[in-house]
Write a protein that binds this ligand. Structure first.
Ligand code: G3I
Length: 333
């Protein structure tokens, strides 16, 4: 019955989840359960460009500030997500940013946002999802506005600016598709390692790899050997590892809730038991806490229209088999 945050803390680990200002400020029951289970809060969208930088010369810190307060009022840490991403860019971005002003705009954003929250952030996802091997570059980088306008060095520029603006935060490179046995995942692991090696070799201040861990039930296969070797390679670069966005999509799983929950829980436990075997791993975060609020309801709804069940608590905030599985993984770590 011990909450996940305590079971993780007992092993020197951090458990937490993402949520939103809108949710935590209106759903009191959920907010209370969140504070009970989580030792760290991740804002799901409040610190993304579209929300925090809605026009070129205006920053909207209100929702983020509210969340920092909420976290601190409940003895939780707070994460920054995210400073550089190709997603959730504001509408003004495409019209305004060009190769002449891009570096100045990026630096202003990072200096202002990371500066505003300096000292209050456990870890920043400085750069999010920069790898995409299918784009065909030898370095495996994703073809984003940042890459097009600044070249691969945009990543170094961002980490250096973040380190300057908030010297206390752990600076994270965060990406997905790094967990499975598929060839695609292997390509992504190789590209991420190459990137991290390069950043380290030129002295760019990166401190950790964030592994998103969005699993697809019935699709993603675990190859413990490959996964362990990857984690070790990352740790050998003198980097910490955080599992940053875990959830299990149940779109391809049977409708029967008991069976579905059992499969989802099994995935959490099998994956986390491998991951928590690696001493460089410092945290496990889920992308949401309760099935009441998950991006997957909208992004990966089931064909049979049954509500999705990807997270540790159900929509009524009851603990599921997945909650037990995560707890056991912490206990056995
Ligand atoms: O806030 C507006 C609201 O005013 C409007 O009425 C509504 C209409 O659709 O949209 C709301 O914004 C949505 C926002 O989530 C808040 O719920 C955006 O349309 C929607 O695109 C946005 O989606 C988020 C997505 O990232 C894009 O930023 C998801 O919630 C969020 O879970 C997802 O998170 C990403 C991580 O940042 C990176 N890793 C993958 C992960 C899952 O896709």
């Amino acid at each position: 019955n011990t909450p996940l945050r305590k079971r993780a803390t007992a092993k020197g680990l951090i458990y937490g989840a993402t949520s939103q200002h809108r949710i935590l400020s209106s759903d009191k029951k959920f907010a209370a359960r969140f504070a009970q289970e989580c030792a760290i809060l991740v804002p799901e969208g409040e610190l993304k460009w579209r929300t925090i930088h809605p026009s070129p010369n205006y920053f909207n810190f209100k929702p983020g500030d509210w969340m920092v307060e909420f976290a601190h009022a409940h003895g939780m840490l707070f994460r920054g997500h995210t400073l550089v991403w190709h997603g959730s860019l504001p509408r003004w971005f495409a019209d305004t940013v060009n190769s002449r002003n891009v570096e100045q705009i990026l630096l202003k954003h990072i200096t202002t946002v990371a500066g505003h929250y300096a000292g209050k952030i456990h870890s920043w996802d400085v750069v999010n999802e920069a790898i995409h091997p299918p784009h065909g570059r030898t370095d495996g980088l994703r073809n984003t506005p940042w890459l097009q306008l600044l070249g691969p060095n945009y990543i170094d520029i961002a980490f250096r600016a973040a380190a300057k603006a908030d010297p206390q935060a752990l600076l994270v490179y965060n990406d997905f598709g790094l967990d499975g046995a598929a060839y695609q995942d292997e390509l992504r692991r190789t590209a991420v390692l190459k990137l991290l090696e390069r950043l380290k070799s030129v002295g760019t201040p990166v401190h950790a790899l964030g592994i998103q861990a969005h699993w697809w039930g019935g699709v993603t296969r675990l190859d413990s050997g490959k996964l362990k070797a990857f984690l070790r390679d990352v740790a050998d670069l003198d980097l910490k590892i955080m599992i940053t966005e875990m959830d299990v999509t149940d779109k391809k799983l049977p409708k029967d809730v008991i069976l579905r929950d059992r499969i989802v829980a099994g995935i959490y436990e099998d994956y986390l038991s491998v991951v928590l075997d690696e001493p460089a791993v410092i945290a496990v975060l889920t992308w949401g806490l309760s099935d009441r609020y998950t991006w997957l309801s909208k992004y990966q709804p089931r064909k049979d229209r049954a509500p999705v069940r990807p997270l540790p608590l159900d929509a009524q905030l009851n603990r599921k088999l997945a909650w037990n599985a995560i707890g056991r993984a912490f206990d056995n770590a």
